[in-house]
Design a protein. Structure first.
Length: 250
């Protein structure tokens, strides 16, 4: 029986007594945006809609627009129950060192920063990078900068998938996607993977010029598990669960 807050109840017999047990349903998280340009955020939005359509409502989906920089991503994960996030699709800018956002991002207008306010709010591979990036104005910048170790990775299920729909997060052996997969493994999610692009990503799948058909799931993507690159995928579209299971050995 489904109850409130994406949970369900079932019964179990123990010591000849029937007891009701409440269990949480797995969910899929879709988080998009965080760019300076409204046009980039629009592309992220339509690409996220195509990913949502591919999931075909197999699990409950929660989608979020990033308007408060990395704080949005961190807080969304923090509010999820342990062992409930089956997948996370992140639509944002990135490179091998991190994923990048600005505070005040919008779908309607570009972010203006004429006063040079500290609007950057990012998630980096390592804590030391947070200090390096904030060295010129640490009092203002550090509070909005995060590293992978600060993410609530306990929220993910054991066989979860994180896919980053953005540039270069999967490029090179020591990259953001590989480190995230290692820390997922260290958090006990031993069959979980992270998928990142190995080159610059763009939403024009198949050369499309249609806004509604924008999709980042093409080009060269790498499946990482426990810090290691397991498989390179060059086909377009959703990477199936069967491909992922085969890559990690069942």
């Amino acid at each position: 029986m489904v109850t409130n807050n994406n949970s369900y109840s079932t019964t179990t017999k123990q010591n000849h007594k029937i007891e009701q047990v409440n269990m949480s349903l797995a969910v899929r998280l879709i988080i998009f945006g965080g760019a300076v340009k409204a046009s980039d955020n629009s592309a992220f939005k339509f690409a996220s809609k195509n990913v949502i359509a591919d999931y075909k409502n197999d699990l409950p989906i929660k989608d979020y627009l990033i308007i408060n920089g990395a704080n949005t991503v961190v807080s969304v994960l923090e509010t999820q129950k342990e062992n409930t996030v089956q997948s996370l699709d992140l639509f944002c800018h990135g490179d091998p060192n991190g994923i990048y956002f600005v505070i005040g991002s919008s779908l309607e207008k570009n972010v203006e920063n004429k006063e040079r306010k500290p609007i950057a709010s990012n998630i980096y591979r390592y804590r030391r990078t947070v200090y390096t990036e904030g060295i010129f104005d640490p009092a203002k910048r550090l509070k909005n900068q995060f590293c992978i170790a600060e993410l609530n990775l306990k929220a993910f299920t054991n066989e979860s998938k994180i896919e980053i729909h953005g540039c270069n997060t999967g490029r090179g052996d020591d990259c953001f996607a590989s480190e995230l997969s290692k820390q997922l493994y260290d958090a006990g999610k031993v069959k979980s993977v992270v998928i990142g692009h190995a080159s610059k990503a763009n939403p024009n799948i198949g050369g499309t010029t249609s806004v509604t058909k924008q999709d980042y799931r093409h080009g060269t993507r790498i499946i990482y598990h426990n810090g290691k690159a397991l498989k390179t995928v060059t086909s377009s579209g959703r990477i199936s669960a069967n491909i992922i299971k085969a890559a990690i050995g069942g």
